[in-house]
Design a protein around this ligand. Structure first.
Ligand code: ADP
Ligand code: G6P
Length: 485
């Protein structure tokens, strides 16, 4: 790739992600924009709203071309994907190769050369769009596994910009990552960034180790020395790989949870559920990484044995539809729905439903009402970069009560250390934790919740982006210093 000039009227701050913060919704009579699913958008949207800049991404629909537009104080630059690219780049390489590979191969990843070809092609389109959007010397922040090649491509196109990359999902140990036939290209791609952020220190360490083993590149502390690559048009540089755990907009959620209408809605939800003594809640994208089956198994067994009864508890499971054309996602949905049906068939009574199950998404206000209504929150991911749902639950518990059961395999476990930690594969342990949560005395709930809330009030999403962007700026200044003789 050859360097290109900076545009005359470019943006000083550019976010590049596979998805725009909004999705084109064509289900009604008139097409509209709705919030895109997932934690990336929840985390990055408040950052974008508070800064001038542009967000480059896909509008969530194939074969449609949109002009750049402004929405909700953000400037959005849509990138087009053809239906073939949605199949090969998005559903294929991103979500059937990298997603399972980076999540402990919970399901087997598939490797197809046609998918890889489409992934490179689409990454180049995103890199070129970024090169045409960023002002001279701008900061460009690239996000997540769908765009791992963009940093290196952008570096070749626009050596003047400062490039950050954030990996929202885990980064696997070398022993798993090395299965990827294109591991070298993926590593070199990400290493085009000056700063590479990960959710947990272990993810960053896995990445540095991969760079050492595969490329033989030397590391010192968090830094990796990347030599020049004349073929790809990049000069030698140092790239830093470190942990920056993402968080939530605690202030916004606090405001929502103090809104009298939302408080009343939470009370209404409890009444509609039949006023049970204990409301248990699960909120996830419908994904095999979330451990929804494990959670249902533990809950079902607790009902079977009589340890829990529908006289006093109910479970609300909300699952947002996700990646629905992929086999593995259809399969997890079928399994979850079968388990819900079984539990309800065996344990529900009139007005006493064991599981209330919803397969759709809710507006933010309604989600907050559910968090407010729930005494116990179950987050049982088998592997998860962060899991913002766990943090959202805590941020909404303005009364300092409620109990959080949290998987140690979610990044959030590093910050929410007062949660009841579980290994979701250990069904006996999960059952014990659910019972403890249901029976937890108020004083213990308060102690744990208060400590977690205090931490989240400080370690919010603003602090996350500030820490990342400050470090990127410092690296950029150092780079400038080195260049001056
Ligand atoms: P992931 O990014 O893997 O989906 P996270 O837990 O990090 O997981 O983020 C999920 C985000 O999506 C959270 O902000 C959560 O509030 C939101 N969300 C999850 N389920 C729903 C739903 N049914 N309706 C609306 N928002 C949802
Ligand atoms: C996770 C990923 C995001 C992704 C989101 C929703 O949060 O880290 O990159 O956008 O899931 O998934 P989707 O495939 O619908 O974009």
């Amino acid at each position: 790739l050859e360097p290109v000039p900076a545009p005359a009227a470019g943006a000083d701050f550019v976010v590049v992600a596979n998805r725009l913060p909004v999705d084109r919704d064509t289900s009604g009579d008139e097409p509209t924009w709705r919030t895109s699913p997932g934690g990336l958008v929840t985390g990055v949207a408040p950052v974008m709203r508070s800064r001038e800049g542009a967000w480059i991404g896909w509008a969530g629909i194939a074969d449609e071309e949109f002009e750049p537009f402004d929405l909700d104080s953000m400037h959005l630059v849509p990138v087009r994907l053809s239906s073939e690219e949605v199949v090969r780049y998005y559903e294929g390489f991103s979500n059937a190769t990298l997603w399972p590979l980076f999540h402990d191969v919970i399901v087997p990843p598939e490797f197809h050369r046609t998918w890889w070809e489409a992934y490179q092609r689409v990454n180049e389109r995103f890199a070129r769009t970024a090169a045409q959007t960023a002002a001279a010397g701008a900061t460009v922040w690239v996000h997540d596994y769908q765009l791992l090649l963009v940093p290196e491509m952008l570096r070749a196109l626009r050596p003047d910009v400062s490039i950050g990359f954030f990996n929202h999902i885990p980064f696997p140990p070398w022993e798993i990552f090395s299965q990827l036939p294109w591991r070298r290209e993926i590593l070199a791609g990400a290493l085009g960034a000056d700063l590479i952020g990960f959710q947990r220190p272990a993810d960053a360490a896995n990445f540095r180790r991969a760079a050492r083993i595969d490329r033989g590149w030397s590391t010192a502390g968090m830094d990796i020395r990347v030599p020049a690559d004349p073929e790809r048009g990049t000069a030698a540089h140092v790239s830093r790989a470190a942990a920056f755990p993402i968080s939530i907009d605690a202030e916004e959620l606090d405001a929502y949870s103090h809104d009298p209408q939302i408080i009343e809605r939470a009370a209404q939800i409890r009444r509609d559920l039949g006023d049970p003594a204990v409301v248990i809640l699960g909120v996830d994208r419908m994904d095999y990484t979330k451990g929804i089956r494990h959670r249902l198994k533990a809950y079902g067994e607790l009902l079977d044995s009589g340890a829990l009864s529908t006289d006093d508890v109910t479970l609300v499971q909300i699952a947002t539809p996700s990646r629905e054309r992929l086999d593995q996602y259809q399969q997890i949905r079928t399994e979850v729905e079968l388990a819900v049906g079984r539990i309800n068939g065996e344990h529900s009574g009139l007005g006493k439903q064991a599981v209330h199950y919803f397969h759709h998404s809710f507006p933010r206000a309604e989600m907050t009402a559910f968090y407010l209504a729930a005494d116990v929150m179950l987050v049982t991911a088998l592997r998860d970069g962060m899991n913002l749902v766990a943090k959202e639950y805590v941020a909404c518990r303005t009364g300092d009560d409620g109990a959080l059961v949290l998987s140690e395999f979610a990044g959030a476990a590093d910050q929410l250390t007062q949660a009841l930690m579980v290994n979701p594969h250990d069904i006996a342990g999960l059952k014990r934790a659910i019972r403890r949560a249901v029976e937890m005395p108020k004083a213990a709930q308060h102690r744990r919740m208060q400590a977690m809330r205090r931490r989240l009030a400080k370690e919010n999403v603003q602090a996350w982006s500030q820490a990342f962007l400050d470090e990127l700026e410092e690296l950029d200044e150092d780079k400038g210093g080195q260049a001056t003789p």
